[in-house]
Design a protein around this ligand. Sequence first.
Ligand code: SF4
Length: 487
Amino acid sequence: MSAEAAVKYVTETPESEKERVAAWINTEEYKELNFKREALVIAPPHTCQPLGAELVAHAFEGSLPFVHGSQGCASYYRSTLNRHFREPAPAVSDSMTEDGAVFGGQNNLHEGLENAIAIYKPKMVSIFTSCMPEIIGDDLVAFLKNARNKGIIPEGMPVPFANTPSFNGSHIHGYDAMLLSILQTLTEGKKVEGRCTGKINLIPGFDANTGNFREYKRLFAEFGVPATILGDISDVFDVPCDGTYHTYPGGTKLDDAADSINGKATLSVGPYSATKTFAWLKDNYSGKHAAIPMPLGIAKTDEFIKKISELSGKPVPESIKNERGRAVDAMTDSHQYMHGKKFALYGDPDQLLGYVSFLLEMGAIPYHILCSKGSKKVEKEIQALLDSSMYGKGCKIYMGKDLWHMRSLIMTDPVDAMIGDTHGKFACRDAGIPLFRFGFPIFDRVNKHRYPIIGYQGVINMVTEICNKFIDIKDETCEDRFFEMMR
Ligand code: SF4
């Protein structure tokens, strides 16, 4: 008897059964069962808190992200950032294992800090936690106080830290917690009555598009308004390839971040991913404060531009007015390719609000809108946008749902395209529709993070990508007699 014949499979699934199930998961009956699912999440379109914390921990000059917790978790955040940007994401971990879980992670933290400071010579160490120390209740305040008393942390070195338990919230909440701690640490004792830097502080919120950061800086420069981006990843994750490795290639200067407390004004464009930071800052920072939506689409970019003008007291420059005109022209030239097209979209609240606004402006229909970690407030805000346009009629919002729910939605109630991150490609393949990758992470396309989607330039980029794809599909699928030079 051959070895193969001796193997008795525990279960055998006939081809006919596989085909039956493959067809059944596309039905209305399956969708109803899928939406009754309570105990299991399948492919949630969010990542865990520490990943968001790591993104912003990279965004300051000489800052070394330090994971207090498991090495495996640290590898996950690093590899996700590394695959998205195709750049190194240098961070360290104190590699807690079984003994740390039993006796607490203080020894790991102290040894890790000693090694990391000696080897990587950071200007600041930004500490955040994985699940393990959060579950056992490690006391970071006490651990860091002991580290200072033992001389492990050099005199004057800022060491902000954030508790980022992953069983609660998502990457946007970790981002918020880490940014808050960094600003609290750097600005401590730096407020000077009567001093004004004359600068506007910008809080971009969780945003993994380096092109967006360059666009923010360009727009401020067009205005002639000095600005400090609080958490600037543009040079950190878009490093020139010059043959030299830089451990800390960019980020907001620590002195600028410290002096941001004396700014002329502070503007947040991440109302849902920097909520706590902005709430603290309103009570502690000088000048005016405003939180507005991310500038995606024409209306939200108008709001952003007007707000800079209002906060700085400077008129909107002609060059920006011309940019707006060009974006509107690009939309007008191409609206017929998007008009009436149905979209499924998912992502973080700040981005989702922008996508919905932009699609409605183009006469497209944001039909299935899904957010895995939204709230009633986000839902209400999206619904208000839908109610403001005839193209919002019949569109539905799904809060607290995942990408397996989304698959059921697009298989039973089809759309023309999806907007999201790389994880949506499986459902899109099954449904035979294109995926527009504007979210995070994007692992399977190159250079997407270098193309801004914010501002008027972002409008042109999004319109161009979406409409040209629809035109490509037409060219690839139309009958010969409709294959035209002009589209
Ligand atoms: S969810 Fe928890 S265990 Fe999983 S990678 Fe994130 S921090 Fe680690």
